[in-house]
Design a protein. Sequence first.
Length: 430
Amino acid sequence: MAATVPQSAEHLVIGAGVHGLATAWHLAEAGEEVLVVDKDGVAAGASGIACGVIRNNYFQPAMQELMAACVEIWESDPEAFHYHGSGYIALGPAAQEEELSEVFERQQRIGYDSELYTGEAEVAAHMQEMFGDWRAEGLTVCLHERVGGFAFNHESMHGLADKARAAGARIAEGVEVTGFDSDGSGAVTAVQTSSGPVEVEQVVIAVGPWIASLWKLLDLPAHIDVHHPDGSVERDKPMWTYWYLQEGEVALPPRTLSTDDGRESPVLHVDSHSPLRSDSGGLITDEPWGIYVKPDRDSVQGGAAPLPVGPEFEVDPYPTGSVDPGFPDQWCAALSHCMSRFEGCREHYVQVRSGGAGAFTADNFPVFDRMRDNVYVAADSNHGYKMIAVGREIARELQGEHSTLLAPFRFERFATGDLHPVSQSPYPWS
Ligand SMILES: Cc1cc2nc3c(=O)[nH]c(=O)nc-3n(C[C@H](O)[C@H](O)[C@H](O)COP(=O)(O)OP(=O)(O)OC[C@H]3O[C@@H](n4cnc5c(N)ncnc54)[C@H](O)[C@@H]3O)c2cc1C
């Protein structure tokens, strides 16, 4: 039976992922009438497949401030959000010392609870205090965030949906948006859906990796000029580029990763320049490598370097559960490189429903902005499972307030050159 939708809505939110649901929750709490539509269902997109890492470690001050606000929301109801505040640790080689030190200093300024360890011996001692079998070499900087951690993707999104519904929002699943009707000023008057048209006052677009198709329906540019702070201009850059995030699991109990005193492990993110070998000694890579790992529901889960895909990518059906053939060897070798408890873990590797694609903007940072008078776009450039506070800020903006947290993520930055500083990391996620 086709899903039904009302003929009109004050606020129509497209997408039942973290941003759509959080926006709906806060709008409804403020007494607004909200309808969320999703072509599939709650958590059907990237928010339902995300590894669930919640960290503050970003080189960009605006990202750090936003992430700090997000952690406060995660911490406000750990049970409903299935949030585990076990913390987050970033470890790196000498090349990362300066940037992680800057991140740490800003964390101290904004009151974010963290510690910095530098020098190989000090870093190893800190890690061995938690994990007696820690044995990774060549790591000379460690940023230990005492807050943040991880949450379980599906469960947390259903917790968020429950909050939105309890506040009065309606969520219509199985309703696909197919077009927009506009008036002479460009404002959207009605949204065309697979269940018929809905007249609207405000629209919020929060469709994760599907953003390119709705962007096109709004006649927004597929290519843009990107102005840099030094005055240089990159002409005609694709607005959207896809990366594929590789993730997998070892079917070992989540407690395998526990600290020696029995606590849940912080999320571990290791970047290294040390040669990586398999347990039998074969060289896996002598290039720099990076991984992250965390406890999952019944296993140990994590990922590694994303694969660049390019400006074109088929997101339907949403691809998940595949990795580069070398990924399992590399990820398992990296776990064993760090802790002897993971020796032999390669035989426990399983390729489950994990990994997936993300749509990145022209500068790899989010665009949170009104792209038409009554159309707000939340395009998080694949940074955003952790960004649960964005919806609260969008709701405030829709009610006429100004959000200082979202201001640095306006679309106009590409024209004004107010871009975010870029880290040395080869990946678009830091
Ligand atoms: C493998 C992977 C791991 C990740 N790990 C992390 C992590 O550890 N930490 C982190 O912070 N971030 C992580 N991310 C990024 C994060 O998942 C995304 O940035 C975030 O979930 C995007 O949320 P969203 O609400 O914008 O979109 P989504 O969660 O993708 O939701 C969009 C929804 O829109 C619906 N939709 C699409 N088109 C239409 C349409 N035309 N009509 C109606 N509905 C439509 C979809 O069905 C979907 O449910 C990861 C991403 C991937 C792919």
